[in-house]
Design a protein around this ligand. Structure first.
Ligand SMILES: [Zn+2]
Length: 277
């Protein structure tokens, strides 16, 4: 009798233990599955967020394109630009001449001006008036082991309309004005400007100022008629913070003379106003 009781008790104990560990295993498995499901959901949420952001970006771009198309169709009706007052200078106001001044107080006139003598060489599209000296400078830099690349040169009015409106969509007009020129106010529209980077293009914009190519440009660009247009500390005069990568062709006479006299801006050299819009 006792034996039977002991056997039955032991049997019941073993059964209970087995049931408990089976339950534990089941719980553990459920927990693992739950964790995996949560991770999947997290990933899905991230994907949805990314998709939404991309949709929003595309929507803004689409809006900017529409605005741009409307402005291009009728430039004089642009809300931000009054062509009759954007450049009242009697001098340095012909965008086809290398002595033109373009800044936030002096737009290109007419606003939709495009050079008729554009030529492309070494990745730069420039006015024929600037291309010969640009080519010489490019080749001299290469020969000195300080070759650079061109990241931007001539930009059309319509390109600037799209670019500017895109940034207005992103940051609002006040925000966009701090870093993107309004259409008709970009020096790039004259065909006298290049933005440069190191040879591979990997070190552009602010990075370019740290390179040996930048040092070479500082020493030699004037010989070829190019000047760094926006130096540090002249924001109030030029309307722009420093741009070590942006070079403007003004001809060797002016560039060398500015260098000799230590004049850093065209506004000061020609005695014309600049600064904010
Ligand atoms: Zn530039």
């Amino acid at each position: 009798m006792l034996v039977i009781v002991v056997v039955l008790s032991a049997g019941a104990f073993l059964l209970t233990s087995w049931l408990v560990s089976a339950k534990e295993a089941e719980i553990a498995e459920t927990q693992t599955q739950n964790a995996a499901t949560l991770a999947e959901l997290d990933q899905e949420i991230e994907e949805i967020k990314a998709r939404k952001a991309e949709e929003e970006r595309l929507r803004k771009l689409e809006e900017a394109k529409k605005t741009a198309a409307a402005v291009i169709a009728n430039p004089q009706k642009s809300s931000t630009i009054d062509a009759s007052t954007c450049n009242v200078s009697g001098t340095h106001n012909d965008p086809s001449q290398i002595d033109v001044l373009v800044n936030k107080k002096h737009c290109v006139q007419p606003l939709s001006y495009a050079p008729t003598d554009l030529v492309t060489a070494y990745g730069a599209t420039l006015s024929a008036k600037a291309i010969t000296q640009f080519k010489k400078m490019y080749e001299a830099a290469q020969a000195a082991g300080q070759g650079f690349s061109v990241t931007s040169s001539y930009r059309s009015y319509s390109t600037q309309v799209s670019t500017y409106n895109y940034w207005v969509g992103v940051s609002g007009a006040a925000g966009a004005d701090t870093y993107s020129a309004r259409p008709g106010y970009s020096e790039h529209q004259t065909g006298f400007v290049i933005d440069v980077a190191n040879a591979s293009g990997s070190c552009a914009l602010d990075c370019f100022g740290t390179t040996s190519q930048y040092q070479w440009m500082q020493k030699n660009a004037a010989k070829y008629g190019f000047i760094q247009r926006y130096y540090k500390g002249y924001d109030d005069i030029t309307g722009y913070t420093a741009e070590e990568w942006h070079y403007r062709y003004v001809g060797a006479d002016v560039a060398q003379d500015m260098k000799t006299k230590g004049v850093k801006t065209l506004e000061q050299y020609w005695g014309l106003p600049g600064g904010k819009y």
